[in-house]
Design a binder for this molecule. Structure first.
Ligand code: ADP
Ligand code: MG
Length: 570
């Protein structure tokens, strides 16, 4: 046996680096946080080759003096801890670990010029080996460049996803940080193309820029305070949900977090206003005294520990509920003078006999010769008269009302319920693929899918391991013709995300809802009259037919009297 020896520092650094530097997105996070800590007003980020080839972050912050450059890349060197009180930390970084960790697994260059300094200086670190400090041309601020990430840690390279996926992950990190720092301008360039340009401005503007028009239009503002706890931001209405939690932007004392407790509190507040497996949209900042929260529990500081978790949970649930409740009771402002009300879909349409077979994907038959319109039939949703905007079906009922159906929402609910029924009746029929599909997934996602292969087989989806990938042998028969790879990728995301946190039954329902989305008639698809009528009949007999799997209405009814009022006839 050999003597016990200390690891060479470069090796120790490389091991520690794994904790902080997991993928390009984590480098981006650390560098941008440093720029924010330095008081930057503009930050520009450049990504090349998924961030593996090059990541550059440039800021106009306070800069680093030439003589401090070697210290900045030294382990546990930080300018941010005045004393030992690790708990009371106002800045984002404080462990003094990011730069040395990055330098241990890449080629790092740090160029900086503090305001007032006559010139800039540069230091480099390659695979943990520090170079000398040299003068360098530079504007005021700091420019950090990371090249060839993991070139000396090939094992980590293998765990990276495609450049595209790594870029997406880095952009997600940037969006999160940008959301909580609207006072800072951001510019992001990916492979030479500018993908994000955010001017400094109001928090609302930033939220609208990053979360889109729909959220901006319907966002419900929230501001609550209780004792030393403050919560502010926006939540989406229950009708605006996402398939993942990616658009839940939560910050604790301005630090973006993906904290479980907060996400669960948010979900609880929405209750059954949104469907199982769907996630609300939110931009929320929680502020509380620094000593009431420990941020030093997670290497990337994504999770926090609250001193009084129960109080925080209760406060967040109550605040979100109140905001949602207030939004519900405020009457919508009528857009047009003759206001009328739509009849809400009846909870359950009168159950007719057996659900008809669903020829939803039948290819359109040869166009029939035009025939006079038949009299409206005695069905609750009437007879199809037209398809509008390639998205809505207009129908006329025997009792003289108009019905507008959202074809995608309706088809999705019908599939969802049909899949549920099939599952309850012993399993969903399989449709074997002529050529099995190979789907590349991240190791975590592949594992999440394969671990549930048996349950998925009952849903008609047959998968097996294939090298590091997943092989799809059969898809659920009701979804035959769907893009198997897209389906599996989507489910992998769902499963990897829901993890073990939910009961199996609940997870299966979420999976079914996802599947239903795949087989569905999309908005934008032209339908024949036969297809439209089949959709109406099926919707009438579908449980929960009044809302889609995301809780939005599938149809609305417009009475003749409403029309008369609109035209001033009444
Ligand atoms: P930490 O952020 O935890 O202190 P880092 O390794 O990320 O550790 O950075 C080390 C030190 O380098 C920081 O404390 C700071 O003094 C300095 N530094 C890093 N990036 C910047 C920057 N963009 N502008 C100014 N100073 C910086
Ligand atoms: Mg830092």
């Amino acid at each position: 046996m050999g003597a016990i020896r200390l690891l060479p520092p470069a090796v120790a650094d490389r091991i520690a680096a794994g904790e902080v530097v997991e993928r390009p997105a984590s480098v981006v996070k650390e560098l941008v946080e440093n720029a924010l800590d330095a008081g930057a007003r503009r930050i520009s980020v450049t990504l090349e080759g998924g961030g593996v080839e090059r990541i550059a972050v440039e800021d106009d912050g306070v800069g680093i003096a030439a003589e401090d450059l070697p210290l900045a890349v030294e382990r546990h060197a930080t300018s941010k801890l005045a004393d030992e009180r690790l708990i009371e930390i106002a800045t984002l970084g404080f462990r003094g670990e990011a730069l040395p960790s990055i330098g241990a697994v890449a080629r790092l260059s740090l160029i900086s010029r503090p305001r007032g300094a006559p010139e800039g200086a540069e230091i480099t670190v390659e695979a943990g080996v520090k170079g000398p400090v040299r003068p360098a041309a530079a504007g005021f601020g700091t420019r950090v460049t990371v090249r060839d990430l993991f070139f000396c840690a090939p094992a980590r390279l293998k765990f990276l996803k495609s450049p595209r996926a790594e870029t997406d992950a880095a952009l997600a990190v940037l969006r999160r940080l940008a959301l909580v720092h609207p006072e800072v301008a951001f510019r992001v360039t990916v492979d030479g193309r500018e993908v994000l340009a955010l001017a400094a401005g109001e928090p609302f503007r930033r939220m609208a820029d990053l979360l889109g028009e729909e959220m901006a239009r319907h966002a419900i503002a929230l501001a609550a305070e209780k004792g030393a706890l403050r919560l502010a931001g926006w939540v989406g209405p229950p009708s605006l949900t996402r398939a993942t939690q990616a658009d839940q932007h939560l910050a604790v004392n301005r630090r973006p977090v993906t904290d479980r407790l907060l996400r669960t509190a948010l979900r609880v507040a929405y209750g059954d206003a949104i469907a199982v497996g769907r996630h609300p949209v939110a931009v929320l900042a929680l502020d509380l005294p620094a000593e009431a929260v420990d941020v030093n529990v997670h290497p990337a500081k994504a999770e926090v520990r609250f001193r009084d978790a129960e109080a925080v949970r209760g406060f967040v649930i109550a605040a979100v509920r109140e905001a949602l409740g207030a939004a519900r009771t405020v009457a919508p402002v009528p857009l047009r003078p003759p206001a009328f009300r739509f009849a809400a879909p009846r909870a359950a349409a009168p159950a007719l006999a057996e659900a008809p077979a669903l020829p939803l994907t039948a290819p359109p038959a040869a166009r029939p010769a035009p025939v006079p319109l038949p009299a409206p039939v005695e069905h609750p949703l009437g007879a199809a008269r037209a398809q509008l905007l390639a998205t809505y079906i207009l129908a006329e009922t025997a009792d003289g009302a108009l019905i507008l159906v959202d074809q995608h929402a309706a088809a999705e609910r019908i599939r969802h319920e049909a899949l549920k029924q099939a599952l309850a009746a012993g399993g969903v029929a399989k449709q074997a693929l002529l050529v099995p599909a190979v789907v590349e997934l991240s190791p975590g996602e592949a594992e999440a899918v394969l671990a549930r292969a048996e349950a998925l087989a009952r849903l008609g989806l047959v998968v097996e391991p294939f090298g590091g990938a997943v092989l799809v042998r059969a898809v659920p028969a009701p979804l035959s013709g769907c893009d198997a790879a897209a389906l599996v990728r989507d489910l992998a995301e769902e499963l990897a995300e829901s993890g073990e946190s939910r009961a199996l039954a609940e997870r299966l329902d979420a999976v079914l809802a996802r599947m239903a989305c795949h087989g569905s008639i999309r908005a934008g698809r032209r339908l024949t009259e036969a297809e439209m009528n089949a959709l109406l009949r099926a919707l009438e007999t579908t449980p929960n037919g009044g809302t889609c799997s995301h809780g939005r209405p599938t149809w609305i009814r417009l009475e003749a009297a409403d029309l008369e009022r609109l035209f001033g006839r009444r």
